[in-house]
Write a protein that binds this ligand. Structure first.
Ligand code: ADP
Ligand code: MG
Length: 501
């Protein structure tokens, strides 16, 4: 029989032993990983990015690494995640996973805290990276490589695709306004260079989704064909790179660089207008890619027939494939876009406010999203509830409206709907208090928002004379100044009327 003391001792010994195993295990696993990593990266990078890492725990097949800062974490995720994941899986099997413990300095924490750590998962983003490609670049010339997206390797180059991962097809709401462009884009994304949509040219006015769709195509290609080299570039970036290459006398590198791309997405091609040399080089790149079965996707603000300042031979190339436009979305699509955005960003905004945005901003999705975010910001900064009145105020900053005609009938309808009273009541001779108030409000807003005379307003609101209308307006003003709840009614009604302007 063991006495109690012996039992306790052996229990502590057991704990100690477990602890030793755990310490040994995670350190051992990490040590093995480091050996592989060391063989795969330069000694400099190893010293900078891997020596400071400490393995702190191995639990449920999750290896936790402690890193010295948030920046460090982001850098590892950006540059070494593939290598890290591979080595960890090699050590721990397919279930092996990685987590971080990030040391934060006190400035980012509470008042008197010293350094503390936070946990962070590895971001499970689908890698939107291009595989390295060989390029006939003479790196020994000592000149800088003309492309800011190129990271020189020993023999190979990594071309950064410049894709924004949230601009994917899942987040691109379908509607009548974009049906053809969207499905053509999807077809291209699933079969780049193999459809007759080459080039695929998408045009529209500002803020209707050209850039989003171009990225979505690129992302779709990367999802289906990770080995393909995709590049998104705005025509402006393209121009600037070209100018740089002229300055650095390495135009050939510039052209070679673009000739290696499998799917080239050129945004806002109308920006090439009047830039003959850039158009020239783009023409050659276009031809080379097209002849080699590579995919081109182009966006612009007008269809090719209306593009001015672009060479004819380039325009005729644009017409080879499919030209399709994005139109202004209808109300349902606008609502769906707003709801998607709110869902993705975890926003909560009352339905009537979302409806207000979709009703009020009709021609530009970017403005619509801007208004949504701005309403949220206003409410959280000023600690105000999100009301239709607040929304209207914010929306006003986003739309340059030319006021539309508002009629007495429209105002009456609005007021009656607001107070849930039948329309005919307002025109009856009844003197019931709530009806009188509604009638007076209708008169007040009719005076402020229509060009009708007091006499006309009176005659249409229960057959009253102009003095009654004048009296009604004074009464409403008084009540707005003195009665809080009345002011709220008036404010809300006014917002609703303004929305329809
Ligand atoms: P453009 O390039 O035509 O000016 P963008 O592609 O920049 O327009 O789109 C403006 C904003 O509207 C972006 O935030 C984009 O995500 C959003 N957007 C446009 N169309 C849609 C859509 N069909 N579904 C969801 N969001 C959209
Ligand atoms: Mg754009």
């Amino acid at each position: 029989m063991f006495d109690n003391q012996t039992k306790t001792n052996s229990y502590y010994f057991f704990l100690f032993w477990q602890l030793c195993i755990m310490v040994i295990l995670h350190e051992k696993v990490w040590k093995n990983c480091l050996q592989v990593i060391r063989d795969n990266i330069s000694p400099n990078s190893f010293a900078t990015w891997f020596s400071p890492i400490k393995a702190v725990q191995l639990k449920n097949n999750i290896l936790t690494l402690q890193v010295p800062s948030q920046f460090f974490y982001e850098w590892l995720e950006e540059h070494y995640i593939d290598l890290l994941k591979k080595t960890i899986k090699k050590e721990l099997g397919p279930e092996g996973r990685l987590e971080y413990s990030i040391v934060m300095d006190s400035s980012s924490g509470g008042k008197n805290s010293g350094p503390f750590t936070v946990h962070a998962p590895t971001l499970n983003k689908k890698a939107l990276k291009n595989p390295p490609v060989s390029m006939p670049l003479d790196l020994n010339k000592g000149k800088s490589i003309p492309n800011p997206f190129v990271i020189p390797g020993l023999k190979k180059l990594n071309i950064h695709p410049q894709l924004i991962d949230s601009y994917n097809f899942d987040n691109f709401v379908q509607g009548d306004c974009n049906r053809l462009a969207r499905s053509a884009g999807l077809a291209v994304g699933q079969n780049p260079g193999k459809t007759s949509f080459n080039p695929l040219l998408i045009y529209s006015v500002n803020g209707l989704g050209k850039t989003h769709l171009a990225h979505a195509i690129g992302i779709e290609v990367k999802n289906n064909f990770p080995e393909k080299t995709v590049l998104y570039v705005s025509a402006e970036q393209f121009t600037n790179q070209f100018i740089d290459s002229v300055r650095n006398q390495n135009q050939n590198d510039f052209i070679h660089f673009y000739q290696m791309i499998d799917v080239l997405l050129v945004d806002d091609v109308h920006c090439l207008a009047g830039k003959e040399k850039t158009q020239d080089v783009f023409f050659h790149i276009f031809n080379h890619l097209h002849q080699n079965g590579k995919q081109l996707v182009i966006t612009s603000d007008t269809p090719p027939v209306e593009m001015s300042g672009i060479e004819q031979r380039l325009l005729s190339r644009f017409k080879w494939g499919l030209t399709t436009d994005l139109q202004v979305p209808d109300y349902e699509t606008r609502m769906a876009i707003l709801q998607k955005k709110m869902y993705n960003d975890g926003m909560e905004i009352p339905g009537e406010v979302v409806d207000l945005i979709a009703t009020r901003i009709t021609t530009n999705i970017r403005e619509m999203e801007g208004a949504l975010i701005s309403i949220l910001a206003h409410s959280s900064i000023n600690q105000k509830e999100i009301t239709p009145a607040l929304a209207v105020k914010v929306i006003d900053n986003y739309v340059k409206t030319s006021p539309r005609e508002i009629t007495i009938e429209f105002i009456q309808k609005m007021v009656c709907e607001y107070f849930s009273i039948p329309l005919e009541k307002i025109n009856s001779r009844t003197r019931k208090r709530e009806i009188v108030q509604a009638r007076q409000l209708a008169m007040f807003f009719s005076k402020n928002y229509t060009k009708s005379s007091l006499a006309t307003i009176g005659s249409r609101c229960g057959n009253k004379d102009h003095a009654t209308v004048l009296h009604a307006c004074k009464t409403v003003k008084n009540l707005i100044d003195t009665d809080k709840s009345f002011r709220r009614y008036a404010d809300e009604l006014e917002s609703m009327i303004k929305v329809k302007l």
